[in-house]
Design a protein around this ligand. Structure first.
Ligand SMILES: *[C@@H]1O[C@H](CO)[C@@H](O)[C@H](O)[C@H]1NC(C)=O
Ligand SMILES: *[C@@H]1O[C@H](CO)[C@@H](O)[C@H](O)[C@H]1NC(C)=O
Ligand SMILES: *[C@@H]1O[C@H](CO)[C@@H](O)[C@H](O)[C@H]1NC(C)=O
Ligand SMILES: *[C@@H]1O[C@H](CO)[C@@H](O)[C@H](O)[C@H]1NC(C)=O
Ligand SMILES: *[C@@H]1O[C@H](CO)[C@@H](O)[C@H](O)[C@H]1NC(C)=O
Ligand SMILES: *[C@@H]1O[C@H](CO)[C@@H](O)[C@H](O)[C@H]1NC(C)=O
Ligand SMILES: *[C@@H]1O[C@H](CO)[C@@H](O)[C@H](O)[C@H]1NC(C)=O
Ligand SMILES: *[C@@H]1O[C@H](CO)[C@@H](O)[C@H](O)[C@H]1NC(C)=O
Ligand SMILES: *[C@@H]1O[C@H](CO)[C@@H](O)[C@H](O)[C@H]1NC(C)=O
Length: 331
């Protein structure tokens, strides 16, 4: 007697649970995720009412929010500010209740103003995050090393993610060791951060074997290794931008080993001396910008080997001799 009753009641419980589950999904989104989004909204000043659609139950239809069509979980939060002056959200608080979005894969807060708070440590706990864009968000203070836990990340844009004061001084980042855990990373942009104090930056990025795009423009670097044992991304890296730094060095020969490069951007980087012939090995290069350095010597040789070049800018250097005849000079 007792057995079938218990069976029946657990069956009923199951049905009830199923119905409830259905109810939470069909009513728009999971209530915990909705609450988390409302907490986030409560922590920002939104003078242009960009989040005005963030009311009611159907959080999957809120502007900037996207849910997985099968599971109903929030997978994307895209609050990128594409407008000009005045449309930014101003972050005043961000608390860890946001972690209820445990299925989040895409987080874009770019071009909003977070200059009153720090990058929250808990961002490093969004295990499924694949895309993180904090470009021009001006957070206070440093970069939490816990970002190194985001092992699924394939895009990380931290360009100008930290506050720069009125004198143009950016908060100094002390190390990039945490980067080495992000082994899926394909696109890394650290431009505009202050990396002057980072020891051995090259080793940190050299731990990223799938890297395709690396931008470290205007980061105050003043060292570049003259020789390295092995360059790990020789067959993946297509874009390398190290412009606006103060290397005060000759061009390292190992650059010529990154045979996959199509775009090499080194303008105003403090390079001097003769360009090593090894650079001529970059046969896939389409764009080469080296203006504003103190490079000397002869343009033939290495330049004649770059048969795929479309954009070449070597202005404001100390070259002598003339352009090889194979180059159609436009200026
Ligand atoms: C997050 O903030 C909301 C209100 O903005 C508050 O109710 C909640 O308790 C906070 N949660 C945590 C974990 O701090
Ligand atoms: C990050 O967002 C900005 C726009 O807000 C965009 O220009 C940039 O390309 C994005 N970065 C990446 C790596 O997608
Ligand atoms: C990853 O997160 C754990 C806590 O969840 C922390 O102890 C650890 O230091 C983090 N790892 C990195 C590389 O930040
Ligand atoms: C970078 O930080 C250092 C302090 O470590 C500071 O001296 C320097 O002025 C900063 N540079 C920039 C360009 O912000
Ligand atoms: C990258 O190269 C360094 C040598 O510079 C080596 O020690 C390291 O193991 C390599 N890392 C990967 C992920 O291949
Ligand atoms: C660059 O390529 C040359 C020729 O293949 C090789 O001998 C050398 O070890 C490579 N250097 C690095 C740093 O990978
Ligand atoms: C570049 O390095 C040389 C020494 O190798 C030094 O004398 C010079 O002052 C440095 N220039 C700059 C701009 O740092
Ligand atoms: C060109 O530059 C090289 C290296 O600086 C120098 O040795 C050579 O004499 C120069 N040639 C001419 C024609 O100025
Ligand atoms: C430039 O280099 C090429 C090949 O290395 C050589 O044939 C040519 O004479 C050089 N020209 C000058 C002006 O030094």
């Amino acid at each position: 007697m007792a057995f079938p009753l218990r069976f029946l009641s657990s069956l009923l419980l199951c049905l009830l649970a199923l119905l409830l589950h259905r109810a939470t999904v069909t009513s728009g989104c999971f209530s915990m995720e909705r609450e988390a989004l409302l907490d986030f909204k409560a922590g920002v000043r939104d003078t242009r009412n960009r989040l005005s659609s963030w009311t009611g139950h159907h959080c999957c239809t809120w502007k900037g929010v996207a849910c997985d069509t099968t599971t109903g979980h929030v997978v994307m939060l895209d609050l990128r500010n594409t407008n000009t002056y005045g449309w930014e959200l101003r972050g005043e608080r961000m608390n860890s209740s946001l972690l209820a979005l445990s299925h989040l894969e895409h987080l874009d807060l770019s071009f909003n103003d977070f200059s009153r708070i720090r990058i929250p440590e808990f961002i490093g706990s969004f295990e499924k995050l694949r895309y993180l864009n904090l470009s021009s968000t001006y957070f206070l203070g440093g970069i939490p090393a816990r970002l190194g836990n985001l092992s699924s990340l394939y895009v990380l844009d931290l360009s100008v993610a930290l506050y720069v004061n009125d004198h143009g001084d950016g908060y100094p980042v002390d190390n990039l060791d945490w980067l080495s855990h992000l082994t899926s990373l394909k696109n890394l942009d650290l431009s505009g951060l202050n990396l002057t104090d980072v020891p051995d930056w090259f080793s940190s990025v050299n731990m990223l074997p799938s890297l395709q795009v690396l931008s470290m423009s205007s980061v105050g670097l003043n060292t570049i290794p003259a020789s390295v044992v092995h360059v790990n991304f020789t067959s993946s890296l297509t874009v390398l931008d190290l412009s606006f730094n103060n290397f005060n060095s000759t061009l390292p020969k190992w650059l010529g080993n990154i045979s996959s490069l199509t775009h090499l951007v080194l303008h105003y980087s403090g390079f001097y001396g003769v360009i090593p012939d090894a650079i001529g090995d970059l046969g896939r290069l389409k764009e080469l910008r080296m203006l504003g350095n103190q490079l000397t010597g002869n343009l033939s040789g290495w330049l004649e080997q770059m048969t795929n070049l479309i954009i070449l800018d070597l202005r404001y250097n100390l070259f002598n001799g003339s352009m090889p005849s194979s180059v159609d000079a436009c200026e």
